[in-house]
Design a protein around this ligand. Structure first.
Ligand code: ADP
Ligand code: MG
Length: 534
């Protein structure tokens, strides 16, 4: 792996260091990036397979989600890690398209390697790639189709496309509707935090439901409280229902038994006062962020009030958005105006746990998707698919633009890039052509994963696009060409622009490196990064 120049250079470094320079460095980095791409490639598309990852503790994750696979793999190679980063960014920015981003990054580098082999200088490749990346954003934008928030049918399709090829696929129509419904409740469709996802095993995915309100993973605090309250008037308290404790330590000295009784009576009357205040407000349900004194629990039960304690702050906030209530700090401040409203609050046994459902909130601005599945592994994967679908619908609503999937968008992009390349001269043109070629990795992989001949597929798709069929994509079941838009295989424009810009950025970043120095033994870096790859 060393050459003379490198040996001279190593002279500068302490023992135990390693160094790769020039083409060796590039080759190693490209190899690492390609390997990451190869790892997730087989999961792409409707016919993609799942991966099973077992962590150090023996916990198993079964998933089709690119970001989850790469995160769970704990990859250590520094270059490979950069590729993992783009999957994570994609997940955070859009939700869906993580595998696409990683596969494209790997392919861009693979194509770049061929150019380097032909003695084209990395600077030229970088220049060409940067240009192509910029032009691609424009091309994608120009080809995209506009939608409106009223196109429920298209929104459903966006959600369903995100779930195709995952465990959730069987129920994708049902889940797709839930996803679109859930988002329609939000005041701001990009604020997905107001959609709570609760998982409970013990039933089929088809039983997954949308609750126009919030589901809290907690039971009522006293067995004799009612299990069902209709026309609920709800107090949201972020304090405790207890005897107030003083900030500083205090001591009470009691000298005779009557004083003790007096003290206890005083405590009791303080607690009773809190309950009276609460009852006077007209409330029949209380969600309390902190503890509730035993006596208060008993008194509330006697008044027929439903109460839950130790509710998470985030849940309390969602309850406020759902019920229209105001969170109060102190029960003594409560008035009728603070109360939230819901058609029904009930305690329900789900699986083998009791949960509190706050249902039928009019104008609920926060809602819950209760994911049901037969096992934990399925529930986790269904939740990830729902996350992708929520991300897709939300990003489509953010800029109201969609593109056709099933490889259509990538083939159309490649075709336009090739046209653009014709306007360029020399080696830069070759780099843009390679970039265009790299786009075809998506339809090619969709074909490979479906057991189809990728060469035939690409040539059929190209022929269709030449004939002006902009949304011609691959029917992975028959191998024929389909109209992706008509078939409802659609994705938000953002999934593609984001995947492409981060894949291009990381490819350029990696191509710019011509020297990898792994410092000697006394640093925290683990070994030679290339060793993991052999
Ligand atoms: P990612 O993590 O990139 O979203 P997926 O495994 O979800 O990876 O696959 C997404 C790809 O599958 C997209 O290119 C999308 O257009 C394609 N796809 C989704 N549904 C279909 C379908 N019914 N037929 C063909 N391709 C599809
Ligand atoms: Mg996807």
């Amino acid at each position: 792996m060393t050459n003379n120049g490198q040996q001279d250079q190593n002279f500068l470094l302490p023992e135990g260091s390693s160094r790769d320079i020039g083409r060796t460095a590039q080759r190693m980095n490209i190899l690492a990036a390609k390997l990451v791409g190869e790892t997730v490639r087989t999961t792409l598309g409707p016919q993609g397979m799942d991966k099973m990852i077992v962590d150090a503790l023996g916990d198993v994750t079964i998933t089709n989600d690119g970001a989850t696979i790469l995160r769970e793999m704990n990859i250590e190679h520094p270059t490979a890690k950069m590729i993992v980063e783009i999957a994570i960014t994609q997940e955070e920015e859009v939700g869906d398209g993580t595998t696409t981003a990683v596969v494209i990054a790997g392919e861009l580098l693979k194509q770049a390697e061929d150019l380097l082999e032909q003695n084209i200088h990395p600077t030229t490749v970088i220049k060409g790639y940067r240009l192509a990346a910029k032009v691609s954003q424009k091309i994608l934008e120009n080809m995209s189709e506009k939608i409106t928030a009223k196109d429920k049918h298209i929104l459903n399709n966006l959600a369903m496309t995100a779930m195709t090829g995952k465990v959730a696929e069987d129920a994708k129509e049902h889940l797709g509707k839930i996803v679109v419904d859930a988002i329609s409740h939000l005041e701001d469709s990009s604020n997905l935090k107001n959609i709570k996802i609760e998982k409970k095993v013990g039933s089929s995915v088809h039983k997954t439901e949308l609750i126009e309100g919030i589901v809290i993973d907690k039971e009522k605090i006293h067995p004799s409280m009612p299990s069902k309250i209709e026309n609920a008037k709800i107090i949201l308290l972020n304090g405790a229902l207890e005897i107030p404790t003083t900030e500083t330590e205090s001591k009470i000295s009691i000298t005779d038994p009557s004083q003790l009784q007096e003290y206890l009576d005083m405590e009791e009357s303080m607690l009773k006062k809190q309950v009276n205040k609460l009852v006077a407000s007209g409330a029949n349900v209380v969600f309390c962020q902190k503890g509730v004194d035993d006596l208060i629990q008993y008194l509330l039960a006697k008044e027929g009030i439903y109460a839950v304690r130790r509710v998470k702050k985030s849940d309390l906030e969602k309850l406020a958005s759902s019920t229209g209530g105001t969170i109060i700090n102190n029960i003594n401040d409560v008035t009728k105006e603070h109360l939230g409203k819901s058609g029904l609050v009930e305690e329900v046994k789900v699986g083998d746990e009791m949960m509190t459902f706050v249902r039928e909130c009019k104008n609920a601005r926060a809602v819950t998707i209760l994911v049901r599945a037969t096992t934990d592994h399925v529930a986790d994967e269904v939740k990830r698919a729902i996350d992708d679908a929520l991300g897709n619908v939300s990003s489509a609503l953010a800029n109201m633009s969609i593109v056709g999937g099933a490889g259509a968008c990538e083939v159309e992009l490649a075709r336009n890039l090739r046209k653009f390349a014709e306007t360029l001269n020399g080696k830069e043109r070759l780099a843009v052509l390679s970039y265009a070629q790299a786009m075809e990795v998506i339809p090619r992989t969709l074909a490979e994963n479906a057991g189809l001949d990728p060469v035939d597929v690409i040539s059929d798709l190209n022929a269709a696009h030449q004939n002006g069929k902009k949304w011609a994509g691959l029917d992975v079941f028959s191998g024929k060409v389909l109209n992706s838009l008509k078939e409802g295989i659609v994705e938000p424009l953002k999934v593609k622009t984001q995947a492409l810009s981060s894949a291009s950025e990381v490819a350029v970043l990696i191509l710019r490196i011509d020297d990898v120095i792994v410092a000697g033994a006394d640093t925290s870096m683990k070994g030679n990064p290339h060793e993991d790859l052999d």
